[in-house]
Design a protein around this ligand. Structure first.
Ligand SMILES: [Zn+2]
Length: 320
């Protein structure tokens, strides 16, 4: 068993033993490393495809897992090639599966047969993906000649004219770089001037109304100006209506004097007339109150003049 706690025995000497595992004479991977001296590590391996065992001829499904002996057997460029040796769970036979880095897959090398279920792109109208080998044996010389002639024709009839056309176009645009650059810079200067003018105008507006600098103002044209004007008129009309209704209410209650159009003498009568039948009772009450207040003031002024002393004026409450 591996030492997986941190108990250091009294005779443990760090310099002599190095680690707890070496003190106990164990590998860090424990039992899985029992064949590590042969370069074999026991790993869990899952079958990547269906196979038939070569010894008992049973079908073994994809995904069955074995404690396989994993071993490095070579390299494909810098990629290691591993072999996995597994013992059939239905008999005592062994089979071996290797990685195939060149074709990015696994292959059965001995002890079993792989069920061929690979997708073959060439068979299904596609192209072979992993055809990295150069020549694949002798080819039919006539077919090769035909192929090369076709390629030559294609080159002469399609690709060369196309390349020439592209070359002409490039020559056309690259013939006079000075004048082209001049044209571009002139256009750029004009645009820049317009932009600067607009920016200055915007900044002026922002400064006037203390708007944040990051605010982007919409561009001004006839349409937007007309729309803004319309909005402004609408808002103003709304304010006027609100003010008028407030004023009318105040007049009805009697706080504000009647507008100069109606005479002051007929104020109580006309207000009663304007208010109509629905509020005639309250308006007559207000009128009587007004009369009483006026009487009181007159009386006060008479008594004041006789006493020559300011009276204790009581606040006059006007009902709303
Ligand atoms: Zn078997």
């Amino acid at each position: 068993m591996q030492g997986f706690n941190k108990y250091y025995p009294p005779d443990y000497d760090g310099e002599k033993h190095g680690s707890l595992n070496s003190y106990r004479g164990k590998h860090a991977l424990g039992d899985r490393a029992r064949k590590i001296d042969q370069g074999i590590l026991i790993t869990r391996f899952e079958l990547p495809f269906n196979i038939w065992c070569g010894t008992c001829n049973n079908h073994i499904g994809m995904g069955v897992r074995y404690n396989a002996e994993k071993k490095k057997i070579g390299n494909y460029y810098s990629t290691p090639i591993y072999s996995f040796r597994c013992k059939c769970h239905l008999c005592d036979g062994w089979f071996e599966i290797q990685t195939d880095p060149k074709n990015t897959r696994y292959v059965v090398t001995s002890g079993a047969r792989q069920k061929d279920e690979e997708w073959d792109p060439e068979e299904n109208g596609g192209y072979a993906v992993h055809n990295t080998d150069g020549a694949e044996g002798p080819v039919d010389p006539l077919a090769a000649l035909e192929k090369s002639t076709d390629a030559q024709n294609h080159m002469n009839k399609v690709q060369v004219p196309r390349l020439e056309a592209l070359q002409d176009l490039a020559d056309h645009y690259g013939s006079d770089p000075y004048s082209l650059s001049l044209k571009v810079r002139k256009k750029f200067r004009i645009e820049k001037k317009v932009e600067k003018e607009k920016e200055a105008a915007d900044n002026e507006v922002k400064g006037r109304y203390a708007l944040p600098e990051t605010l982007t103002l919409s561009a001004e044209d006839e349409k937007s100006i007309a729309a803004a004007k319309e909005d402004w008129l609408k808002g103003r009309k709304e304010i006027e209506i609100r003010e008028n209704s407030k004023k009318r209410k105040l007049v009805e209650v009697g706080i504000m004097p009647r507008l100069p159009s109606s005479s002051s003498a007929s104020s109580s009568r006309s207000s009663a007339k304007v208010n109509g039948s629905s509020s005639s009772g309250s308006s007559s009450a207000v009128a009587s109150l007004r009369a009483r207040i006026l009487q009181n003031t007159a009386r006060h002024s008479i008594t004041n003049s006789s006493r020559h002393k300011p009276p204790d004026r009581k606040p006059i409450v006007v009902p709303k």
